[in-house]
Unconditional design. Sequence first.
Lengths: 256, 307
Amino acid sequence: MPILRVHGMSHDFGGLRAVQDYRLEIETGQIRGLIGPNGAGKTTIFNLLTGIYTPTAGEILLDGRRINGLPAHRIASMGISRTFQNLLLWRHMTVLEHVKLAHYSKIRYGLFGAFFGTPGRNREEAEIEEKALRLLDRMGIRHLAEQVVLNLPYGAQRRVEMARALATEPRILLLDEPTAGMNPEELVQIMEIIRRVHGEFGLSILLIEHRMKVVMELCEIIQTLDFGAVIAEGTPEEIQNNPRVIDAYLGQERRG
Amino acid sequence: MVIFLQNLVNALQWGSFYALIALGYSMVYSILMLFNFAHGDIFMVGAYIGFGVSIGLLALSSSGALAMPNWLILALTILFSMFLTSFVGMIVERVGYRPLRNAPRASAAITGLMIGIILETGNLILLGARRVSFPSLVETTVYNVGGVFVTNKKIMIVLVSLLLTLALHLFVRRTKWGMAMRAMAFDFAVVPLMGVPVNTMIALTFAIGSALAAAAGILFGVAYPVLDPYMGILFGWKAFVAAILGGRGSILGATLAGFLLGFTEIFVAMIFPSTLRDLIAYSIILLILTFRPHGFFGEPYSARLRL
């Protein structure tokens, strides 16, 4: 059974149909790509899957359980996590704090524990810190743990965002243009990280990406979106040779 | 020198009230970018709740059912009233602000003013137009330290307010809720995606701010035992000034600015006729703000992230 199943999902902004009859099935451990020209509705789909928007029509099933209409924090704690195209970090908080806060829904101690520093609270905080540091280690940014995010170079900020997304212990990770603005060296590193987290965490990944090299190398199956509707779906090979895709997107890439 | 020190002691007490109230303004402002103009009146409500609780506890104690020393009554009054007033804050948020979360900021601002008026007049109707006097729970003891008079009340007021501020600081730095609050000062977009229930956090913010205002109200009642339904207005405004002067969301800033306001007022009154106190004191504050428009610890830009 696919871990995430979406069918008939549509979304309107005012009179504009941003997403049209979208369907998706992600198997556990699969890496899928989502490509298409700007404004095709890719990020809107991420916003729908994570509960930022509620779809106008259709159904989103996580493990067979309907999740559309649930508040975003519930969906997050059920195992869907994401990163953002334009790096939404809390600029004046430290790297470690980013990752610790992402554990929020897993923390059990209550307000009483928080105010009076009970042993349970202290033990749990220590555990979380330990976990967070391990995660930072895996992402190669442990040495930056106490740094304020504002001061970090762009590539490191990308890693912080990825670490934060992973700290929610997701089963599905949505990556919105993880290589945007990266230089070739950083690009190779981030691809390595995506491969590694995919392997180590056994994650399913849905990836929005404009760089064809990245999509074609990482993804098993790619969907192409145009004007909010899926116009093609297949392996990298099939997508590259699909005339509709070339017409709507790839050709345009080459021209641009 | 003695006069200076004496005024310093007075200023510390006076600033404590501003600092405690300012924290509530600052926290809400930090998270919602909203001025909760009802906050001064929550201070008033807190003082009245403290009045009610202490009367009740005194009656309970003197009836012999549960004899308690006065210091314990005062401690319990502060704790109970903080607890009860936190619900007033949460109700204000739920009824007044949440429905207007996405409304223009001006609408939310006048909501605060209206809630303030409702709280004031509601109190008038409930308790009548007379002032009530806060029961004297602590015998005043005066210590003469080299010519400077310090009372046990003043020491207690300053200590309690500093303790509460420290507790808030630790809460914001060291707990998951505090961390979530600080993150919410930057955005509402990502925070829920980390599994944080945003509405719960906002309610909690109002609860904590209101509890601190209640503590300020009771401490005020201990120092100046006359309560009236309009006591929160001017106090609220001044604490609001302190919150802005301290910088958005800064606990240290709000506390320092609260004390600074206290100092300025007291020392202006030391030099000039007291009728000129606020005129001169707030002209000075205005001048400071001209040079530091974002307050002491504010950020010089709007930090809110957008999707």
